[in-house]
Design a protein around this ligand. Structure first.
Ligand code: B1M
Length: 211
């Protein structure tokens, strides 16, 4: 079994106690950190999600795999996020109201930070009011980034973007959206400035929107 397969298997089966050691050993063996993330961890989460859809796995399994992945990402973080001088301004990020999923949002936050933004992470289940307060509290906000994984919270994303679009200082920041059910077309329909399908593309998009 390859090192990446071992990581995959540990995330799939929720082996949180050994994941840090396995990820470190894959890095030490020269595996590409992005491959460890995508082939080892993200794809294992997809398998769990498919099982959940078929009624073969349940919330506790999703939860222990998520915990395992989070521990693995902690080890990968310094290899994925290169040191950057925070000079591109502030990016506010959060998972929208009603949605508790945070792994993808955390990866996007990490990549945006490594692209040179100071990141203010509002975490999960974030209503419009909290985004508005954060924008008011940070003078140099250039990006507001919204994540959602649930189709049921896409209307909340739409409502938050509408509220942000109505702010007086709307010209001073750009809104970007993403998450599994989100598409370019949905982003355009709700009035966001940009959409990206994954964390690496999100960092590139944030830079181009802020420039
Ligand atoms: Co949930 N869940 N979950 N879950 N869960 C999904 C999303 C689901 C697709 C599973 C399935 O049915 N196959 C399904 C949603 C179906 C739908 O809406 N169509 C689902 C469901 C139904 C639910 C519950 C309703 C289950 C229940 O209680 N009956 C419930 C909802 C709770 C709530 O939020 N209110 C629920 C709960 C949970 C757990 C808490 C158990 C756990 C989350 C733990 C956590 O996040 N701390 C969980 C998990 C782990 C999943 C799956 C298995 C994995 C999600 C994940 O972390 N993926 C997921 C199935 C799946 O995704 N295949 C599923 C890895 C992560 C790296 O990918 O988050 O997609 P992702 O992020 C990517 C991109 O989407 C993108 O970049 C990231 C990295 O490249 N991206 C952005 C994300 N945000 C972005 C923002 C951007 C740009 C790109 O710009 C701003």
């Amino acid at each position: 079994m390859s090192k990446i397969d071992e990581v995959f298997s540990a995330v799939e089966t929720g082996k949180a106690k050994i994941i840090a050691e396995l990820v470190q050993s894959a890095i030490d063996a020269g595996e590409d950190p992005m491959e460890i993330l995508n082939r080892g961890m993200v794809s294992a989460m997809s398998v769990i999600g498919e099982r959940f859809s078929r009624g073969e796995a349940f919330v506790p399994e999703m939860l222990i795999s998520a915990r395992t992945m989070k521990k693995g990402v902690e080890v990968l973080k310094p290899y994925l996020a290169k040191d950057a001088v925070n000079s591109l301004g502030t990016a506010i990020i959060g998972t929208v109201q009603g949605d508790m999923h945070d792994i993808g949002k955390n990866l996007v936050a990490m990549m945006i930070e490594s692209a040179g933004f100071e990141v203010v992470d509002l975490e999960v289940d974030v209503p419009l009011e909290q985004f508005v307060e954060a924008i008011a509290a940070h003078p140099n906000v250039r990006i507001v980034a919204l994540s959602t994984l649930l189709t049921t919270t896409m209307p909340a994303m739409k409502q938050i973007v509408a509220g942000l679009n109505a702010l007086e200082n709307r010209d001073s920041f750009r809104i970007m959206v993403g998450g599994a059910p989100i598409t370019e077309e949905f982003a355009r329909q709700i009035g966001a400035d940009g959409y990206s399908p994954d964390a690496a593309a999100a960092a590139a998009l944030a830079k181009s929107l802020a420039s």
